[in-house]
Design a protein. Sequence first.
Length: 488
Amino acid sequence: MFTANPDLADVFGLKSKKRVKLYNGPITCQLLSFNLSEQKEDENETGWRLALPSLREEAKDFSNRLRKNLKPFLKRAKKEGVSCFRIYDADMPKYNMAIDLYGYWVHVQEYAPPKTIEPEKAAKRLKDAVCVIQEVLDIKKNRIFVKVRQQQKGKNQYQKKANRGKRKPLPDNLPRIDVIHDLTEEEKQCACGNKKNLMGSEIRSGPLIQIDETGVQVLDEPGRKAAAKSYMWIYRGGEPDKPALVYQIHPTRSSEVPRTFLNNYAGYVQTDGYAGYEFADELSQVKHLGCWAHARRKFMETIKARNKIKKGKKKKGRADEALDYIGRLYRIEQSARDQQLSYDQVKQLRQKKAKPILDEFSKWLEKQVLKTPPSGLLGKAISYALGQWNRLTVYIEDGRLHLDNNLAENAIRPFVVGRKNWLFSATPAGAHASAMLYSRVETAKANGLEPYWYLRYLFERLPTAKTKKDQKALLPQYADRTKIGSPS
């Protein structure tokens, strides 16, 4: 019933008594192969192939049992379309074997590096393989088919990924629009040297421009290393009830970037304490505002550092006194919003209630700076507040101004969150496209529009907008809300 396989015998050097080198290919060598089919009864045509003829008797002893136990697996494999599976050596580490089932054929392999082996040792390893098969059938047969299904599932997922991303060609009857209207290069150029931008013009039309910036990496910038840092600048302005936002990508954080943007602008500019914004104090038509949120943040850092050192002690210090002053200013702003006061009423409220607090706080800071080490966190917070004082008190002059620069910081936050996912822009053109898209989306959000429906409204009408008036009507501030869809 069983026949020896001379090729396998050659592998183990069984034709001679000499020590030979094992198969020097993959780190496996085949020990045993057999067929589970019962259709062939002729001994010369049986499915058993052994490396050693002396093991025929051992194979006969468990062949019937092997067929009986493996046939349920074969039926389930055929039902689910699985043609093969493997019992890994991790299941039987003491034998270091791998067993594969291909249809009705079972192949037993041993993981081993190239080395020499004697025929007697080959026979022992083959007997170990028989033990592996028996133990697997007795103990781990339920785990075998779990692996079958997992492997088949992985193949299906791989096939789905391979098919993903293939786009069908566009139909020939798809309507197409050729945009043939455009401005000349002279008409696109502004007197300040920048290209004209409707959003930029809208920002300059309001009483206040808020500015902020954040870093971004652009890989393929001409003349710069891939690791060099570029900056995304944001400008928020326009009429208070029709805000506009513009994102601008630039290779540097130089003050020339906002200076160029503000060329010929007359009004208020609000920023944080970054030294690159100090040029705004020199512009005759611009009044520079500071940010109370940044001033407050300095004192908060002092309190956090103190709480780490003095755990459990809640005694208030000078930083807490400073926060009390700032908190009173914010409560006045909250009161104005709750009462829905007009801009003139807000100005009057600030002059009446906020100005006395500012005067008192200024005197307190001047006293504290004389007895506080300037190198400590509290000293730095006090110095920052005094250094920004002329800018921090400007907001009480006009009810349209803000106590802090949080609107600009909140507008740049979606870009910062997105950057954590896409990490960088590949090219300057891609970074510029990103800036344009963020400008449209964040302006839509600032004007109470849902971004998806606004962009759909914009893209459907943009090809037919031939004049500047048509293009301006598509800005989020002036879009016809009755024609913009909604999720409902």
